[in-house]
Design a protein around this ligand. Structure first.
Ligand SMILES: Cc1cc2nc3c(=O)[nH]c(=O)nc-3n(C[C@H](O)[C@H](O)[C@H](O)COP(=O)(O)OP(=O)(O)OC[C@H]3O[C@@H](n4cnc5c(N)ncnc54)[C@H](O)[C@@H]3O)c2cc1C
Length: 364
């Protein structure tokens, strides 16, 4: 019997399996489809620390350091370090940037700096600076290929002894006095602790262990355009402040001559859909909304860009809107869910948090 079963092979489940296996737990990871085939594979992969609350910064710094260690351990280059630039339009935003800087420095994650409008415009050629009052640049931030990281974490977990069952759907999770019963296809398996990391599909398992609340899956779209002239590898540029209730635009290069553009918010405004019935391609309305916002902030670049394509993906949120690693059934069923639009950058931290909580309930 595996001591711990992890349900879901997105970045959260993969990180949980890795951290548990590394600490010597017997782990089995169940993925019903393919690793990274859920929200993880539809992400744009930003890993960054440009937040203004202590936990938000420290969890992200943990993840960045973890990824750096993984790069050293495996000899693979995982992070494309083009930096992350958060634009500010109010005095409050600039105060938040100063606080972020203080928190990052306190954690020893140094290098971030405040930019005035002219510096921001020089880093992002063509940026319309109307209404912008400053920016925060994290030069060591960047983006990963989230499926590559997921695959790597699972491969590492496997080499540390984890069992990985791909194409195996867990149909129910039922806790009892001596452990947890899992229905997997025609099999009934037992484990001591189940970690549910099913992302947008969590609701389908909650009935079995009696947890309340519902996952709200917001549909977000990404558009890719071709650029008509050479353009530098700018930092990921984000015109949104965490907590804001109006979606903000973001963009970065997606390889030479291509720019990826999307609208982001952290839980409130995008359309909510069923995870089993939604349009996975970019809609015409979505494309038009993204391009209209792009033309406002990057008018010259946008005017000569050509539409190439895009896709949609889900941000899974819990009722609170806060990413959660918590016991749904104490000592038996642990949920790691609700990572919305930030699960890639929080994944390594979330996996570690899973391991910490499991260790508190089931000592080695
Ligand atoms: C357009 C877009 C852009 C994004 N950009 C970023 C970004 O730049 N930075 C960032 O940090 N985050 C970003 N995100 C968010 C990030 O992708 C998610 O928060 C993260 O991938 C969630 O990971 P997860 O493991 O919880 O879920 P998923 O990746 O959805 O994984 C859940 C897995 O569970 C499996 N599963 C479900 N039910 C079962 C079952 N019963 N049995 C077995 N397996 C099951 C599924 O098949 C799936 O593979 C973005 C998301 C989108 C959509």
């Amino acid at each position: 019997m595996p001591r711990v079963a992890v349900i879901g092979g997105g970045i959260i489940g993969a990180a949980a399996a890795y951290h548990l296996a590394r600490q010597g737990y017997g782990v089995t990871l169940f993925e019903r489809d393919q690793l990274g085939g859920g929200s993880t594979g539809r992400s744009v992969g930003e890993v960054e620390a440009q937040y203004a609350e202590e936990d938000a910064v420290s969890h992200r710094v943990f993840s960045l350091r973890f990824l750096e260690r993984l790069e050293q351990e495996t000899g693979r280059r995982l992070i494309h370090r083009n930096g992350y630039l958060r634009l500010g339009r109010t005095d409050d935003a600039l105060r938040g940037f100063a606080e972020s800087l203080r928190l990052q420095n306190e954690l020893g994650w140094t290098g971030a700096r405040l930019l005035d409008v002219a510096e921001a415009a020089s880093i992002v050629p063509g940026l319309c600076t109307d209404g912008i009052s400053g920016a925060l640049l994290g030069p060591h931030d960047g983006y990963v290929d989230p499926v590559e990281v997921t695959d790597l974490l699972v491969a590492q977990a496997r080499s540390l002894g984890a069992t990985v069952r791909i194409g195996h759907e867990v149909r129910s999770v039922t806790p009892g006095p001596s452990g947890v019963e899992l229905e997997v296809g025609a099999e009934v398996l037992h484990c001591e602790v189940a970690v549910v990391a099913a992302g947008p599909w969590l609701d389908s398992l909650r009935a079995g262990y009696g947890a309340e609340g519902r996952i709200r899956n917001e549909r977000h779209e990404v558009c890719v355009v071709t650029l008509s002239q050479d353009y530098p590898d700018i930092p990921f540029t984000m015109d949104y402040l965490p907590g804001g209730d109006v979606p903000g635009i973001y963009f970065r290069l997606e390889g030479p001559g291509r720019m990826l553009i999307g609208l982001h918010d952290e839980g409130s405004t995008a359309t909510t859909v069923s995870p089993d019935d939604w349009q996975t391609s970019l809609s015409d309305a979505g494309r038009d909304a993204i391009i209209a916002r792009f033309l406002e902030i990057m008018p010259a670049v946008g005017a000569t860009a050509g539409f190439l394509g895009g896709w949609a993906g889900l941000y899974p949120f819990t009722d609170t809107g806060i990413p959660t690693v918590t016991w749904a059934v104490p000592g038996r069923v642990l949920e790691a869910v609700g990572f919305g639009g930030v699960g890639v950058q929080l994944g390594p931290w979330a996996g570690h948090e899973v391991q910490r909580l499991v260790a508190s309930a089931v000592p080695k």
